[in-house]
Design a binder for this molecule. Sequence first.
Ligand code: BDR
Ligand code: CA
Length: 311
Amino acid sequence: AQKIIIDTDPGQDDAIAIMMALASPELEILGLSTVAGNVPVSQTATNACKILELAGRPEIPVHAGCAAPLRRTPITAEHVHGRTGMDGPDLPQPALRPQAGHAVDFLIDTIRANPPGSITVVTLGPMTNLALALVKAPDIAPRIGQVVSMGGACSECGNITPNAEFNIFADPDAADIVLRRPLPLTLVPLDITHQFLVSASRLARLRALPGRCAQAAASMLGFSERFDLEKYRWDGAPLHDPCTIGWLLAPDLFAGRMVNVSVEVDSPFMQGATAVDWWRVTDRPPNALFLREVDSAALWEVVLARLGRLP
Ligand code: BDR
Ligand code: CA
């Protein structure tokens, strides 16, 4: 199995991505590292524990990480995700607690302890933890097998400002650091996730699955969709983070290109915007596989099949 660390800020869509990974024998989750994003970091760590407990996987370690972006004031998104960040199902306070070590050290130690190239790091929130790990321990960059990140946008504008996607906007300096490192990086941007809509009929099929995890996932989406349905007025709300795990499990459902992606860190209007050199009009070298097409119907089958395996 492919060894992965999921760095996350759950988040209803983060929770569903984590559940998909938990249900996938192709993936071995070495740990969840959490970051401030949708809600503050203490809450994202608690939420990660809730998901593991719900899925009956308390042996997977959770490490809480950075409470704030590298050099700016934290922003959160309770207006989308609710007070807990994972509103919807009535999940109990978890008995499971995060481990003692900081997420940044967990990333560094785990990457150093495993054979070079063997670890996939998936980021589902602001990239603060991974960026700090790369700064603190530059030797880990060539040891990371690949990074898969939900973040950025090309033709889809922004979802938190007119031009920026939330995860990059929340910590553009962190994204900038990651993009400047020689890492095999795949970006799963809004261009993908805005094609992956959970319509009422898709949600009904999830709701029809018997397991408690699928049930929780359905009520999470029932909650978080309300805001986006109002915002976009599409036939369903976008489901962002699960597209990363979907790509790991079924890359043939996606298409993209190796391009240069740079992040705006200074402009007040464009903070966190990703400049995607799709037509190679600069001589900046490609630094990311930027995905732009997805077979949305087939990807939903993957989500249902995986969540259907969980208790
Ligand atoms: C990203 O922002 C968060 O609210 C979601 O969990 C996702 O990671 C989408 O822009
Ligand atoms: Ca997220």
